[in-house]
Design a protein around this ligand. Sequence first.
Ligand code: SF4
Length: 57
Amino acid sequence: MTESGLCQSCRHGRRIESLRGSEFWLCERSRTEPAYPKYPRLPVLACRGFDPAAASG
Ligand code: SF4
């Protein structure tokens, strides 16, 4: 697993895996807020929009 930083624990992050097996994170905030990149450059170490996902397990 690559180091994606905050996105992997953010409720706005969606994990995308390419056919070659590389990992991307799609920021769903980008749909409504153009200030956020659709595919943020990883790792995201600081983000104003970070919103911790509900704990699962
Ligand atoms: S809001 Fe920030 S931390 Fe959350 S998915 Fe988007 S870029 Fe990543």
